[in-house]
Write a protein that binds this ligand. Structure first.
Ligand code: 8YV
Length: 321
C-alpha cells in the first residue's frame, strides 16, 4: 500500500496556483474560512508536516503541530514567523526572495514620484472640477534631492538602481557598509536623515528594527522631508509620524505598509500630505504567481527529499552528508 500523502495546513487563503499544484499530492487543510479554526487545528495539528503561511507563527502554534517539518512563507518578509524558535525545533522556514524584488522596487519608485509630485492629489483635483478655476499648486521635486535608503538589501538595491537614472544622489544606512556600491554609507540613521530629503524604508521588520523611524528621525528629515515606507509598518513610530505630518515637521509620506494592517489610522487618511496604499508592493498577477510558484517549489522539493530551495538565514540547510 502506498504511503498517505503528507498533510499540509494553509494558515491563510493561498494563491490558486498553490491549491492546484497540491491537488492529489498532499492532504490540504485550510484554517481560513474554517467554521471552527481552533477545533480544526486541534484535530489535524498532530498530523501536519507542512505549513503554508502569511502571518504569525509563534511557539504556541508550533506546539500544536508537533510533527511540523517546514514552514513555507508566502512573501519575502517573514518577521511574523519565529524563525529562531523554528530552528530550535528543527523546523525549516522558507520565504520567497528575488521573485518580487523588481515589482516592489517599481512600486517604491512609483510611490516616491506620487508623493513628491502629489499625483493622487492632482488626480483628485481634476476629478473634483477645480482645474478650470485655478491650476494645481506647484509641488516639490526630485531635482537636486538626496535619497536615503534604510536597508540596502535586494529590494533596496533595486530601488537605488532605478533612482540612479532619475539623477538623485543616493545614500544608505544599514548594519554594514557594502563593498560593491558607490553610494554614501551612514553608520547612523540619524546622520543619514539629517543629510537626505527623501527617506525610503525597505529594511526587514521584526524586533531588531521596531520603531527605528521615530520622532527624532522625522525631525532630522526636516520640513522638506518625505518618508516612504514599503517594508513593514513596525519600523515607523506611526503616532510620531502622524504628529510630524500634522505639524509640518516633514512635508509628506508615501506608505504601502502600516502598524496594524489592514487598519489605517483615520488621522493618516485625513491628511492631504499622505499617499496611502493597501500593501500592494508585490501585488501584481505576474509577481504573486511567481511567489506562489516558489512556495510550491519549496514544499515539493522538501517533501521529495531534496531540501528547501530558499531557506531563511535562521534555518540554513545543508543536505545530509
Ligand atoms: C506580502 C510582502 O508577502 O513579501 C513580503 O514581505 O510584504 C508582501 O509581498 C504579501 O502581502 C503576501 O500576502
Amino acid at each position: 500500500m502506498s504511503e498517505a500523502p503528507p498533510e499540509i495546513l494553509f494558515l491563510k487563503t493561498m494563491h490558486p496556483l498553490v491549491e492546484a499544484a497540491f491537488e492529489g499530492r498532499f492532504t490540504v487543510h485550510r484554517l481560513a474560512g474554517a467554521a471552527d479554526p481552533k477545533a480544526l487545528l486541534a484535530e489535524v495539528g498532530p498530523r501536519i508536516r507542512g505549513l503554508c503561511v502569511g502571518g504569525q507563527v509563534d511557539a504556541a502554534l508550533m506546539d500544536k503541530v508537533p510533527k511540523l517539518e517546514l514552514i513555507a512563507n508566502f512573501g519575502v518578509g517573514y518577521d511574523a514567523v519565529d524563525a529562531v524558535e523554528a530552528h530550535r525545533r528543527g523546523i525549516v522556514v522558507t520565504n520567497t526572495p528575488d521573485v518580487l524584488t523588481d515589482e516592489v522596487a517599481d512600486l517604491a519608485v512609483g510611490l516616491v514620484l506620487a508623493t513628491v509630485r502629489r499625483l493622487p492629489q492632482a488626480d483628485r483635483y481634476l476629478r473634483e472640477g477645480h482645474w478650470p478655476k485655478a491650476p494645481f499648486p506647484l509641488t516639490a521635486s526630485l531635482r537636486g534631492r538626496r535619497v536615503g535608503i534604510l536597508g540596502l538589501g535586494r529590494i533596496g538595491r533595486a530601488i537605488a538602481h532605478r533612482l540612479e537614472s532619475f539623477g538623485v544622489a543616493i545614500d544608505y544606512h544599514g548594519r554594514s557598509r557594502k563593498a560593491d556600491v558607490s553610494y554614501t554609507y551612514y553608520d547612523s540613521l540619524l546622520g543619514m536623515a539629517r543629510a537626505v530629503h527623501i527617506l525610503i524604508v525597505v529594511a526587514p521588520g521584526g524586533d531588531d528594527t521596531r520603531g527605528l523611524v521615530d520622532a527624532s528621525i522625522l525631525e532630522a528629515l526636516g520640513p522638506e522631508g518625505i518618508l516612504i515606507n514599503v517594508a513593514r509598518g513596525s519600523l515607523v513610530d506611526e503616532a510620531a509620524l502622524i504628529a510630524a505630518l500634522q505639524a509640518g515637521t516633514i512635508l509628506g509620506a508615501g506608505l504601502d505598509v502600516f502598524e496594524n494592517e489592514p487598519h489605517v489610522p483615520a488621522e493618516l487618511a485625513a491628511l492631504d500630505n499622505t499617499v496611502l496604499l493597501p500593501h500592494v508592493g508585490s501585488a501584481s498577477e505576474h509577481t504573486r504567481t511567481a511567489m506562489a510558484q516558489l512556495v510550491v517549489d519549496n514544499v515539493l522539493s522538501w517533501f521529495e527529499g531534496r531540501g528547501p530551495l530558499t531557506p531563511v538565514s535562521e534555518t540554513p540547510w545543508s543536505p545530509p552528508a
